[in-house]
Structures are given as C-alpha cells and as structure tokens.
Ligand binder design. Structure first.
Ligand code: HEM
Length: 124
C-alpha cells in the first residue's frame, strides 16, 4: 500500500475515533460516571489525537494540499483549534452544566464542519 493510502486510512480512522471517544466521555459524564478519568479512557483519546495529527502532517507531505493556500484546509486548522478548546471546556468538571453543554455543542458543531470541509474540499 502506498504511503498516501496508509496515512489516509490512519487519518480517517483516527478522525472517526476522536469523535467516538469524545462523545463517549461526554455520555459517561452525563450519566454520572466521571470515574472514566481513572481508567485508560483518560489517555487513549490523547494517543488517538496524536496519531490523527501525525497522519495529517504526513498527508501534507504526500498530497498537493497546503495550509494557508487551500482555504478548506486553513479553515479546518482554525476549526481544529476551536474543537480542542471547546472540548477541554466540555469535559472540565469544575465548570457549570450550562457552560459544559454549550461547549460540547460547539465542539460537535466544529468537528462536523471539519468533516464537511475534509470530504467536500470546497474552493474559497
Ligand atoms: C479533528 C481533526 C480532523 C478531522 C476530523 C479530519 C478528518 C479528515 C477526513 C475524514 C478526511 C478524508 C476526506 C476524504 O477525502 O474523504 C481528511 C482528509 C485530509 N486531512 Fe484531515 N482531519 C482533521 C485534521 C486535519 C489537520 C489538522 C490537517 C492538516 C494540517 C489535515 C489534513 C488533511 C488532508 C491534507 C486531507 C486530504 C487527503 C487527501 O487529499 O486525500 N486534517 N481529514
């Protein structure tokens, strides 16, 4: 398999996993099971996101796409920063429930937009 296909499969698989793992942690908190913070679920999402970003950087080397040249990719990077910040707020137990819910919705909207941009690669 070519480097492109390996990186692409890795990127897409970890992209889906980032959403699944984020939603799982939100769900566990919502049903009153914050104890996941004392399980491997504390570090598995970080390991996954590291692979996701490493594969993303790898893809930049084997595809013609360039950040700050291709608008969809630039927008994706800004949305990624927003997704990370909103995700941190959503999972912070010291914040109030309305703040956490708002942050969770913002994080999910932004990651949906990332998928939309990645799949459709609109020119703008
Ligand atoms: C949460 C973060 C991210 C998610 C969920 C995500 C998701 C995806 C998905 C689903 C695809 C495949 C689209 C398709 O062709 O069908 C894709 C492609 C791509 N992603 Fe990401 N991505 C993320 C972050 C990044 C970042 C930070 C970069 C670069 C700085 C990046 C670079 C790329 C590139 C270059 C492609 C196109 C590969 C190709 O031409 O086949 N991604 N992304």
């Amino acid at each position: 398999m070519s480097a492109y296909l390996i990186l692409k499969h890795l990127h897409v698989t970890t992209a889906f996993l980032t959403v699944v793992l984020f939603a799982l942690r939100l769900l566990l908190d919502a049903v009153g099971r914050p104890g996941w913070r004392q399980t491997p679920l504390r570090w598995i999402p970080h390991a996954n996101d590291t692979v996701l970003l490493a594969a993303a950087i790898g893809l930049l080397f084997v595809t013609p796409w360039m950040p700050f040249v291709d608008g969809w990719l630039t927008a994706k990077i800004f949305l990624l920063v927003g997704y990370i910040i909103a995700g941190l707020f959503a999972l912070r137990t010291t914040l109030t429930t309305p703040v956490r819910i708002t942050a969770a919705v913002l994080a999910l909207v932004q990651v949906t937009a990332i998928f939309h941009l990645a799949i459709n690669k609109p020119v703008f």
